[in-house]
Ligand binder design. Structure first.
Ligand code: NAD
Length: 261
């Protein structure tokens, strides 16, 4: 399928690892110019170097997006690089914990990580997107927005809030050629998930393979997803053919969730 985004500029946050990195790689293959953001300068440098060797045009900025001043720095640098028409909004997952026990600081931290940077970046990018009559905003959320996951109260609640924001925004800007969607991954084999499973195995005193087998048994596909499989959905949503698709959350979970719609 011809996505029609060659030569356009994308801002990809959380780009140094996992799903964000896979989106950056997939966009590079489509000939998209990339502005990459994550916390680790070293990892971004290695990724940018690799993508540039493959012919992509790439710039990057190491920034912790929980600091408000950093979203301004990112916006300025990304706009200087090119008119940003594609935005992949992604950061790391919040810590686990129950709704009953998490202290207010943890809720504030998750809000500052998952919600506020997305709003700040979108508000900075929208005027250009609307003026150009084309924009694609895709957030990476989680299947927890469809079915809350036990002990992930922060993810369940704050990402649900972001989903309410995206639905509202999508309707506000739909007539200007800007779409707003979310991709909700199920279990996806990234470094973060590998670290979580290793931690779980140590806690239980079992081999890490046992943790994988237990999770895989719950997934109809019989395996965890690959970052590039989640990325493919995000990149499709950024393409011209997806112009009439907005305000939705799209799940990539190997059939894990049981609800109908
Ligand atoms: P990851 O930890 O592998 O990568 C996260 C990326 O975000 C990294 O590039 C990191 O540098 C960046 N990041 C983290 N905090 C940041 C901050 N404060 N400022 C700027 N950048 C920051 O995560 P992943 O597994 O690729 O997951 C991506 C998102 O999808 C996360 O929010 C995660 O919770 C969610 N998710 C993942 C899965 C899964 O199975 N992997 C499932 C559901 C939801």
């Amino acid at each position: 399928m011809e996505l029609g985004i060659q030569g356009k500029t994308a801002l990809v946050t959380g780009a140094s690892k996992g799903i964000g990195q896979a989106v950056a790689e997939a966009l590079a293959r489509e000939g998209v110019r990339l502005f990459l953001v994550a916390r680790s300068q070293d990892r971004l440098a290695v990724l940018a170097d690799r993508l540039q060797k493959d012919g992509a045009e790439v710039q990057y900025l190491a920034a912790d997006l929980t600091e408000p001043g950093n979203t301004e720095r990112v916006l300025k640098a990304a706009r200087d690089f090119g008119p940003v028409e594609l935005f992949l909004g992604n950061t790391g997952g919040p810590p686990p914990g129950t709704a009953e026990s998490l202290p207010p600081e943890a809720w504030q931290g998750a809000f500052d990580l998952l919600f506020l940077p997305m709003v700040r970046l979108v508000q900075g990018l929208l005027p250009d997107m609307k003026a150009r009559g084309f924009g694609r905003i895709v957030f990476i959320t989680s299947l927890s927005v469809k079915e809350p996951v036990a002990n992930l109260a922060l993810s369940n609640a704050i990402r649900a809030g972001l989903t309410g924001y995206l639905k509202t925004l999508a309707r506000e800007v739909a007539a200007s050629g800007v779409t707003v969607n979310a991709v909700a991954p199920g279990y996806t084999r990234t470094e973060r998930v590998e670290a979580l499973f290793a931690h779980q195995a140590r806690e239980e005193g079992v081999p890490v393979d046992a943790i994988y087998r237990r999770i895989e048994a719950q997934i109809p596909a019989g395996r965890l997803g690959r970052p590039e499989e989640v990325a493919a959905l995000a990149v499709f949503l950024m393409g011209k053919p997806a112009a009439y698709v907005t305000g939705q959350t799209w799940v990539a979970d190997g059939g894990y969730l049981r609800f109908l719609l």
